[in-house]
Design a protein around this ligand. Structure first.
Ligand code: NCD
Ligand code: ZN
Length: 397
């Protein structure tokens, strides 16, 4: 008799009796979770049938490993959306001017903490913006003093506020050597800036021209390939071993490049790296929902004033913080992998960064989520990311 036969029967009965209120506890070390997880993982058919009938899930409090919160009034308007759901977030340093010193990052962290309205238990994890002239000693000092969690490589000109970025990775060799030595992760916006390369190929070309040689040259450097958008990136990360991991945004899991042109030009669907063809979206969904520890949550929520988005030269960035976790939950549900949402959202990231997982939990329930209103910030507005149909999961606690 197989193991499956031994465990399925009682659970099938239990689920059929309580179908409308089935709750699965994931990731908590109590006997109930171990029992249910064992059953859920025991057979593909049963697993899918049980998962599709689940109406509520409780996961350990997640983290956002890639977030833009800006500064000033925008900061105060957007941070609460993240802080009420996520325990920590890796804060991107691409302000104007960028965050390049430990003192600057520490002051920025204080401003973020002051923006918390309801005393949320939220920890901003700060990053250093690398330039051609970054001093390795400043990066090392900032890391040693628990100010910098990681450093960010923007190829100069690759994206929003990246003009002060790195023009050639050779210019930061000494910084990378130092980071490798002290175990500080390097976060990479992985796109070439060569105007001769088609915008849809820039991530793929970056892998060959820059990423692969960097991994070879610094074999102990921990790298996060940020907001990946292509099948090539998925395959590369899967095969490259534990030195490298990747974040995946909610929007790249639910839109492909057609969304930029549905019935006209759609500036609120424009971000960098730009959404790619459907086959890439499918590869991203498979990677995110696979449970593979190399992939974890990073929203890349990037608010901009509507006036900058709806312009003759609209800027890149999608503000998804209000509904990010719910969109991920919907994707995992659609892919029959709800039991792996917690790995992606709450476990894989801390494991890669060598940090403890969060205390506390978030409860999500099946059901249409109300749409988010536009945010008014002074005279400006910020438009939250929105799909055609309402998101089918809501956070309830
Ligand atoms: C980000 C921003 O607006 O700061 N924009 C984006 O399209 N993702 C920068 C970035 O992460 O590329
Ligand atoms: Zn970003």
């Amino acid at each position: 008799m197989s193991n499956e036969g031994l465990v399925i029967v009682p659970i099938q009965q239990k689920v059929s009796f309580r179908r409308r209120r089935t709750v699965v506890f994931l990731g908590f070390a109590n006997s109930r979770s171990q029992f249910l997880s064992a059953v859920i993982l025991s057979s593909k058919e049963i697993r899918e049938s049980i998962l599709s009938s689940i109406n509520e899930i409780i996961i350990r409090r997640p983290d956002d490993w890639h977030l833009h919160v800006r500064d000033g009034a925008f900061l105060n308007a957007v941070v609460p959306y993240t802080a009420k759901v996520f325990g920590r977030a890796i804060i991107m340093p691409n302000l104007t001017p960028p965050v390049i010193t430990a003192a600057g990052a520490s002051a920025y962290r204080d401003r973020i903490l002051s923006s918390l309205v309801d005393g949320e238990d939220f920890e901003p994890l700060m990053t250093a913006y690398l330039t051609d002239v970054t001093d390795p000693a400043e990066i090392a000092r900032g890391h040693e003093n628990f100010v910098f969690t990681a450093a960010k490589l923007y190829p100069a000109g690759a994206t929003t506020n990246s003009d002060n970025g790195v023009t050639d990775i050779a210019n930061i060799s000494r910084v990378l050597e130092t980071m490798e030595k002290i175990g500080m992760p390097l976060l990479i916006h992985g796109e070439v800036t060569d105007p001769d390369i088609d915008i849809f190929d820039r991530e793929k070309v970056f892998i060959d021209r820059t990423l692969e040689p960097t991994l070879q040259r610094f074999p102990d450097l921990k790298i996060v390939f940020e907001h990946i958008t292509t099948k090539e990136a998925v395959d590369f990360v899967k095969e490259a071993g534990s030195q490298i991991a990747a974040t995946i945004t909610p929007h790249h899991l639910v839109i492909n490049r057609n969304a930029l042109f549905t019935g006209g030009i759609r500036p609120h669907m424009y971000c960098l790296p730009i959404a790619k063809r459907e086959k890439h979206r499918i590869a991203l969904r498979a990677a995110a929902t696979s449970g593979d520890a190399s992939f974890f949550l990073g929203t890349d929520s990037a608010p901009h004033p509507v006036s900058d988005k709806e312009s003759s030269c609209g800027c890149a960035g999608i503000f998804n913080a209000p509904s990010a976790l719910e969109i991920y939950a919907q994707v995992f549900d659609e892919e029959g992998s709800l039991d792996l949402l917690e790995c992606f959202a709450s476990l894989n990231g801390p494991a890669f960064y060598g940090l403890p997982v969060n205390d506390g939990s978030i409860t999500l329930q099946r059901g249409d989520r109300p749409r988010d209103p536009c945010l008014s910030v002074g005279h400006e507005e910020i438009m939250p990311f929105e799909m055609e149909k309402p998101v089918g999961w809501k956070i309830v606690a």
